[in-house]
Design a protein around this ligand. Structure first.
Ligand code: CU
Length: 429
């Protein structure tokens, strides 16, 4: 959805939620009223792959809430889940009884009931909301949402930007062919998502050349995500604690977003092109896959497939040259899952999945136009290409295997190792 330009209340430059939307409000005697409905939802995580999640107002994550510093906010929360819930407003200054921890600050909201929260959005910044009742289950099912409080007046620590994007990092464990996440998984998730979407299902970030860009990221997974941008350096200008002091900012191309943290990064998009933007944990840019698989790089499979095929006709040899074959083979996959790595780019498969998207910087993108401009047209002579001309002999490291010190000369008798051939049968040892 394009940014929701405010038509009531104080003005601000709205955010764009990747593959998401902003919740409209109504003004009631100077109070901004929102209505969130906690309910089961269906999220298409990537084209052709649907997950049965829990979320808010028809989607996981729920809609983004945008307010202005100093706004009095009233939030109605209706529970349409099969169990009780509550909402914690992560990062907000508010009366203790509005903090949303079921049992501690309020009774849980039973199924069918509506509760109301009310507080003043005191600090500008980047926040989120999520349940604080059966939290493990409800967050594993996708219940979470983004919250942005815009500054009321010009703030020396908050720059104005042309484009302001936001998304939450989340993760699911959904077996290929099934629809509902396994909620007991602690670490070994198989789907690493941004706003419950996986590459190639994640929106690209489309900007105009020389736009000042802000990206706000929150992490509600069970591990940290080093988020990496190609082609530009950025500053971390804010956390869920608010804007960072200028003296604490330095340029980076990767920033780690730890569990329960939020980071807002800012940069000048002054390099045209299609720039990769992704989590730097290489397993987090993969979709559903088995991890307990032996490495077969260097193993000679010649003749092996034939033998196995007589027992298992569908068997395919894979992995002896690396895993890139996976994208070439178009291996059949079960219904309702996503290929481990995929994504057709202008030069072939990008062999990615999970937490991966593209920052598209274009000279001719109109201000306020968030549509996808397609693939970058590289100026002639600026693309890496095959070289077939003459080459001098390349320098090459010569070593006996990487030892840092010469081995001791004392032991001269070689160690004897007996090897038994596997073909020698099962009887003798
Ligand atoms: Cu990651």
């Amino acid at each position: 959805m394009p940014p929701l330009v405010p038509n009531t209340g104080r003005g601000y430059n709205p955010v764009v939620t990747l593959n998401g939307w902003t919740l409209p409000w109504r003004m009631n005697n100077g109070v901004k009223e929102f209505h969130l409905v906690a309910e089961p939802v269906v999220r298409e995580m990537a084209p052709g792959f649907k997950a049965h999640l829990w979320g808010y107002n028809g989607q996981s994550p729920g809609p983004t809430i945008e307010v202005v510093e100093g706004d009095r906010v009233r939030l109605f929360v209706t529970n349409k889940l099969p169990e009780h819930t509550s909402i914690h407003w992560h990062g907000q200054r508010l009366p203790n009884g509005m903090d949303g921890v079921a049992g501690l600050n309020q009774p849980a909201i039973s199924p069918g009931k509506t509760f109301v929260y009310e507080f003043v959005a005191r600090r500008p910044g980047t926040f989120m909301y999520h349940p604080h009742a059966d939290e493990m289950t409800q967050m594993a099912m996708g219940m979470m949402g983004f919250w942005v409080t815009h500054p009321k007046v010009k703030n020396p620590l908050i720059d104005e930007v042309n484009r302001d994007f936001c998304f939450l990092l989340n993760a699911y464990d959904i077996d290929p062919g099934s629809y509902t996440p396994k909620i007991m998984t602690m670490l070994d998730f198989n789907l690493w998502s941004w706003n419950s979407r996986i590459f190639p299902g994640i929106d690209s970030l489309n900007v105009r050349l020389n736009d000042k860009v802000r990206i706000r990221i929150g992490n509600l997974t069970m591990t940290n995500h080093p988020i990496h941008l190609h082609g530009h350096e950025f500053l971390v200008t804010g956390t869920d604690g608010g804007p960072t002091p200028k003296s604490s900012r330095w340029y980076e191309v990767t920033t780690d977003v730890a569990v329960g943290q939020m980071r807002q990064i800012e940069f000048l998009a002054d390099e045209e092109g299609d720039w990769a933007f992704h989590c730097h944990k290489s397993h987090h840019t993969m979709n559903a896959m088995g991890h307990n698989v032996p490495t077969l790089i260097g193993v000679d499979h010649t003749g092996m497939a034939k033998k196995i095929n007589s027992l298992i006709p569908e068997y395919m040899v894979m992995g002896e040259r690396g895993m890139a074959d996976m994208t070439e083979m178009e291996m059949p996959i079960p219904d309702n899952t996503a290929p481990m790595m995929t994504g057709e780019g202008p030069f072939g498969s990008v062999e990615m999945g999970g937490m991966f998207s593209v920052l598209k910087v274009r000279r001719d993108q109109k201000p306020g136009d968030y549509s996808n401009p397609g693939w970058f047209k590289h100026p002639q002579g600026t693309v890496a290409h095959e070289y077939t001309g003459p080459l001098t002999a390349p320098a090459r490291f010569k070593s006996e295997g990487g030892q840092s010190m010469p081995r001791s000369q004392k032991q001269t008798t070689p160690t004897e190792v007996k090897v038994r051939k596997p073909s020698s049968g099962h009887s003798s040892h």
